[in-house]
Design a protein around this ligand. Sequence first.
Ligand SMILES: Cc1cc2nc3c(=O)[nH]c(=O)nc-3n(C[C@H](O)[C@H](O)[C@H](O)COP(=O)(O)OP(=O)(O)OC[C@H]3O[C@@H](n4cnc5c(N)ncnc54)[C@H](O)[C@@H]3O)c2cc1C
Length: 408
Amino acid sequence: MQQEDIAIIGGGPAGLMAAEVLSGAGWAVTVYEAMPTVARKFLLAGKSGLNITHSEPYARFANRFGAASERLRPALDAFSPDDMRAWASGLGIETFVGSSGRVFPTAMKASPLLRAWLRRLEAQGAKVRTRHRWIGFADDGLVFATPDGPTTIRSNATLLALGGASWPRLGSDASWVDPLSERGVSVAPLRPANCGFDVDWSDFFISRFAGLPIKSVTATSDAGTFPGEFVISRDGIEGSLVYAHAASLRDRLERDGGAVLTLDLSPGRRADRLARELARQGDKSSFANRLRKGAGLEGVKAALLRELTPDLAQHSPDDLARLIKALPLPVLRPRPIAEAISSAGGIHWSDMDTGYMLKALPGVFVAGEMLDWEAPTGGYLLTACMATGRAAARGIDSWLSRPQSSNS
Ligand SMILES: Cc1cc2nc3c(=O)[nH]c(=O)nc-3n(C[C@H](O)[C@H](O)[C@H](O)COP(=O)(O)OP(=O)(O)OC[C@H]3O[C@@H](n4cnc5c(N)ncnc54)[C@H](O)[C@@H]3O)c2cc1C
């Protein structure tokens, strides 16, 4: 059996950040990664610009993590959005604040950042072993499936940074749930987060409008009212405005069996004005023209109103105006977790100590999306993954540096 100082399993942002901190502190670190290359999801995030963090006031930022905000706070305090930007800058990657307050690298992609990061890790002596899929524990060792067959490695400390359950083809398939559960670690069920939803569209509507964006609307759910846009998909709805409501729609579906996103298709106009304008169109012009001239609705927006409202043309101007301002869009279920941006659920906070060590498995630490927290899109996910990677690294450093008499 091979002996390693520190085994970090999972070469995503959380694992690589822990490797940076620990190798920088002089520890011998090996990152084990199941896939042929590391950080595939991080690279995919780069395809949409790599939103690495958010520039909103820190107190608001730190509260974006729902029930886990308090538990995450020390890790975020030690690696704040400003620290994230300084860290990227230290790797030669400058960032900018977009109009929404989101922060991106100026190159709007992940590969230059990842290349610089891996160079730093190499310079610090951290090793990376790809095609090593961790499959569980055996006695005191970590068992990996490799192209050369199974191998067992013993480490003085281990970090599991294996990601959540979304996009499993990029490597994070949540196969860690069983080996950890068998060792007494409790895991909140993994659920889709920042995901689309199925809607019962008619064949006609899909054939004409799938793929088109609904722009300049507001949407309301238990999460609040937000402006933005979303996309009509073949199965339902997706896109940033839907993701902002995803957690509350998902939770309501679980609780009540049904959930509704309420749309304002004309946020710039009040209902009474809309009603007046619609009434002014008279009965002579076609219904489509009345909608276009009276309410500015045409194309996919008008089609959505028709799709969701039987006998729309029979409604009075007042009723029509009310519908345009508060159109109920019932959703059936979240899209499968494999399609989601991230997953909610994961290892319960009560099963970890403040240094991110599993209480049931002394010497085994955890970080990143595999912990029980969730956040909206906006750079919160990467910031928290890296912040917990750093916090777990500090936990490992303290654990390995503790007086030998307390080693048992
Ligand atoms: C399309 C898309 C766009 C995104 N865009 C953004 C964005 O712009 N901003 C943002 O903040 N977040 C974004 N995210 C989310 C973000 O990428 C993730 O939250 C983050 O990558 C999670 O980091 P992690 O290190 O915890 O896990 P991961 O990145 O999932 O890394 C875990 C690693 O562990 C490896 N692994 C898993 N199981 C094993 C095993 N058994 N043995 C060995 N290795 C294993 C995996 O192959 C993987 O490399 C996006 C996600 C997606 C899918």
